[in-house]
Ligand binder design. Structure first.
Ligand code: ACO
Ligand code: ACO
Length: 153
């Protein structure tokens, strides 16, 4: 995508709290994975519009723990560009598998991730009901289980 610049966050950048929380409503979960991850910021014409977070599990597997595009900029291909960027960085860094997880209710995200070559590889049953204090809903469906998807690189 033209004019979209994606780069690791630096000390001078403001942490994109709202974007992080739009992908993962648990502040506690974010605080747990963020220190061990790299956050990538996407700027469109110098305006921060999106982010994603890469968390390495080991030398072979790395996971997109969080990905979000500002509401006003969704549906323009930025999410797809972020996924392509994550794939390329994971390949360049020598990883074998890129993982991403989303809820059973996240129909659009499941569409997007599978269109980008991720395949459902496991299900963490009751992940959302066990780990989140209040029930979460998307598309009128309760988020109960975490579907893990994997792209072999
Ligand atoms: N519902 C239906 N279709 C969707 C949705 C959706 N929610 N999101 C994307 N798509 C489709 C688009 O229609 C498009 O289809 P096409 O290629 O056939 O035209 C394709 O997916 C690519 O869409 P993009 O425009 O690249 O996606 P976008 O920039 O809107 O970003 C994202 C997608 C990141 C999911 C965005 O909607 C968002 O930030 N949502 C809120 C936060 C969120 O749910 N993040 C993911 C949580 S899971 C995790 O973080 C690991
Ligand atoms: N994509 C997105 N949304 C859909 C789809 C679809 N393919 N099908 C139904 N919906 C949604 C509707 O938008 C509606 O949502 P709402 O209640 O929020 O407004 C809701 O589901 C109910 O829709 P209906 O109009 O009742 O569904 P419809 O009469 O279209 O029947 C069916 C759905 C049976 C899947 C039909 O599309 C069909 O015959 N498809 C081809 C055959 C098929 O795929 N069958 C299922 C295979 S699996 C199996 O057979 C066990």
């Amino acid at each position: 995508m033209k004019n979209l610049m994606i780069r690791p966050i630096t000390e001078g950048d403001i942490l994109p709290h709202d974007l992080l929380l739009s992908a993962d409503p648990s502040e506690e979960a974010i605080e747990q994975y963020l220190p061990y991850s790299t956050l990538y910021l996407a700027h469109l014409n110098d305006l921060p519009v999106a982010e994603y977070v890469l968390y390495p599990h080991n030398t072979e597997d790395i996971e997109i723990k969080n990905i979000a595009v500002d509401d006003a900029f969704q549906g323009r291909g930025i999410g797809k560009a972020l996924l392509e960027d994550a794939v390329q960085r994971a390949i360049d860094d020598g990883y074998k598998c890129l993982l991403i997880g989303t809820s059973n209710a996240s129909v659009g995200q499941l569409y997007l991730y599978q269109r980008q070559g991720f395949e459902i590889s496991s299900i963490k049953m009751n992940f959302f009901t066990d780990n989140y204090p209040t029930p979460l809903y998307e598309n009128g469906i309760q988020c109960r289980h975490m579907l893990m998807l994997t792209k072999v690189l």
